[in-house]
Design a protein around this ligand. Structure first.
Ligand code: SF4
Length: 364
């Protein structure tokens, strides 16, 4: 065991494993299986998304794509459409790509070892470790955001996790804390996840109910809120965009598919412009005279605040084709757009403006 852990008894893993078996979460659908496909799917969905949100998506995804071969064979638009509302669409793109690689290069079977899992698209070190430890008892540590918080507090880890060297050191400590018996790994991995999600929460951790509080250095010092230490702060920027909401006499809306990189990659979106004059410039004939401004929407991305202006224009049958060609778009009926992968504010706008029910909430 690492020298840095010498004050911490080996009891940590034992306490955590027994706590998980008695008090941890056991009723989530992905906990009733050791099928790597299902565990992988849940791990990817749970990144940046609450359990309560994931539950419905997980079931819908599995009924549409019951195994990795079904997911690999699906059209990308179907995968994106089912992902609508979970946000962070790059996860869905990687998920689809990963399924295709598993089928084409691994005979449809996920590799057992974390080191090989980590070579697959979209599977990072912690996700690979979660799959390998939960499904195959591999003695390998996970270190997602929740676990960093738990271990930082447990060890009163004073280093700045914004620095790669500090993160590397915490990985090593996480590995040193693992239980000795491989058969304890599923309960241990699940235990550290459960502890971070339900007890050692970001604010006001419930230390009185914590199984490892007797060994927790942050708790003993009364400094739980000081950990984890991470100094880097994100600089936010803001940006103004203009959307064209064109509606034809059939009530169809003009959408185009975003490029495969950049914001909202591969999603279907209203034509997007940097200024109002650019929207007006693509409108044929006298269509621009009928344009009306809708209320400005605010939308927060991870690093950016978007101010979204919308020009709504009715487009007659004679101009509809020309406009679709100009913006490389296609006219979509409500039934069609409701099933596509749409950015969250587009889905919100269409649902409110065109008074149609939404399926899911759209990407971030
Ligand atoms: Fe977290 Fe409190 Fe438990 Fe320490 S004692 S690990 S701060 S919940």
């Amino acid at each position: 065991m690492s020298k840095a852990l010498s004050p911490l008894p080996r009891a940590f893993a034992r306490l955590l494993v027994s706590w998980q078996r008695e008090h941890g979460r056991h009723d989530l659908p992905w906990q009733r299986t050791r099928d790597p496909y299902r565990v992988w799917l849940s791990e990817v969905m749970l990144q940046q998304t609450q359990v309560s949100t994931v539950l419905g998506y997980y079931d819908r995804f599995l009924s549409r794509f019951p195994d990795v071969a079904a997911l690999a064979a699906a059209p990308a638009d179907d995968v994106m459409g089912l992902w609508s509302g979970l946000g962070y669409y790059s996860r869905a793109r990687h998920l689809h790509r990963c399924a295709q690689v598993v089928v084409s290069e691994h005979q449809g079977r996920f590799p057992d070892q974390a080191a090989q899992l980590q070579t697959l698209p979209g599977i990072g070190r912690s996700t690979a470790a979660a799959i390998a430890s939960l499904c195959h008892d591999e003695r390998i540590a996970i270190l997602d955001g929740n676990v960093k918080r738990v271990l930082s507090r447990l060890l009163a880890f004073e280093q700045d996790l914004a620095k790669p060297a500090a993160e590397k050191a915490l990985w090593a400590l996480a590995q040193a804390l693992l239980p000795a018996r491989a058969s304890d790994m599923p309960a241990y991995t699940q235990g550290v996840m459960d502890l971070g999600a339900t007890v050692c929460t970001r604010s006001q951790p419930r230390c009185a109910s914590c199984p490892v509080r007797a060994h927790c250095q942050a708790h003993q010092r009364g400094e739980t809120e000081r950990f984890p230490i991470k100094t880097r702060t994100l600089r936010r920027s803001s940006q103004t965009w203009w959307w064209l909401l064109a509606v034809n006499p059939q009530g169809e809306v003009l959408l185009h598919k975003r490029p495969s990189s950049g914001i909202w990659a591969d999603l279907h979106c209203l034509p997007l412009f940097e200024e109002e004059a650019a929207v007006m410039a693509v409108l044929p004939g006298r269509v621009s005279q009928q344009a009306t401004h809708l209320p400005v929407m605010m939308h927060a991305l991870t690093h950016r605040d978007l101010h979204l202006h919308t020009l709504r224009v009715p487009v007659g049958s004679r101009q509809a084709d020309a406009l679709a060609r100009t913006v490389s778009g296609r006219w979509c009926s409500p039934d069609v757009w409701a099933s596509l992968g749409l950015p969250a504010p587009v889905r919100q706008l269409l649902t409110q403006t065109l008074a149609r029910p939404a399926r899911g909430g759209g990407a971030a």
